[in-house]
Design a protein around this ligand. Sequence first.
Ligand code: NAD
Ligand code: GLY
Length: 352
Amino acid sequence: MNTIRVNTSPAYDVKIETGLMNRLGSELLAVLGKTCKIAILTDDTVDGIYGRRIEENLVESGFDVCRFAMPHGEEHKNLQWWGRMLEFLAEQHLTRSDCIVALGGGVPGDMAGFAAACYLRSIAFVQVPTTLLAMVDSSVGGKTGLDLQQGKNLAGAFYQPRAVFCDPEALLTLPEEILIDGAAECVKYGILDDEPLFALFEEGQWKERMEEVIARCIRQKAELVEMDEKDRGSRQLLNLGHTFGHAIEKCSDFGVSHGKGVAIGMVMAARLANKLDICDAGTLDRIVRTLQNMGLPTWTEFEPAQLLAAALSDKKRAGNKITLVLPERIGHCELKPIPLDRFAEWMQLAAQ
Ligand code: NAD
Ligand code: GLY
């Protein structure tokens, strides 16, 4: 088992082990120090595969368990379904000494975390991520929330879980396309600060070394979150490929998935860095080839002007600046604030 401590306020452990879901009850008991009522908040797909098994396991450890499944998919990450989650918790009479289990990918994970932050002005929650993206990114670091009609993740709170339990075995039921989507985020960690991790993807060995991949990504995320819990500085490095990627997602009306958007966005960031003499052509080439070999796209048909309009409405814009993350080499990136009046020119350089 890999255990990674996240030293936030409060601190917590992320545990990664194949088969961990089969003893979730005893693990949770060790974290909470007592039995209590547990609400499992998940989506219908994950509930159909894992809901009953997890519930039985928790009951065996002495917990009193109830379960709520929202419909799967980003289109349900909204106020309406979040309201239903809160009302479910109230109907089930959860109290402040009880606990929520956020089971599933980033959608139920973010929603359940935000419900935990708000219900009774906060109750404990743990994350049990079941997608690669949720394991290496959304379950760790305490960003919780939901989408508004005006944009993604516009409402939310920083609220840390009491623990995160990652069982790589859950990835065996994940459709290949969703797995690869999450793998784009893992490549991101390699480019940011871990060349040996990048090499696992470059050499096509990542699927056989899944537990190691997840642990390396989480270790890096934990370090960045500890340095900058509220996302005001170095945590923004995690946005490598995201400013361009979000613009592509938005231009496609979210027909392009997040991981694919990030893959293209990382190539755009590397191309821009190369044109600004921040990184060499070899670095750009390694990123392009690795993503292509994984089956991820590296090019978008949207015009720079369309991408610019979408990027300007991004929530990462602060005042008259947008901060981009640019690779210097595999394993090292820098934050580069750009005045808005130069952004059109840089978008052009990144796109072509
Ligand atoms: P998701 O939760 O929608 O999961 C993708 C699909 O996979 C869903 O249809 C789900 O039902 C299915 N699924 C999940 N686990 C499965 C399993 N083990 N077997 C079979 N099917 C399974 O999406 P996601 O890609 O996990 O996460 C995307 C969300 O995460 C976005 O809303 C994004 O904003 C959020 N996010 C949050 C953070 C953060 O820091 N909080 C970071 C990155 C992304
Ligand atoms: N997913 C980016 C962050 O957690 O900051």
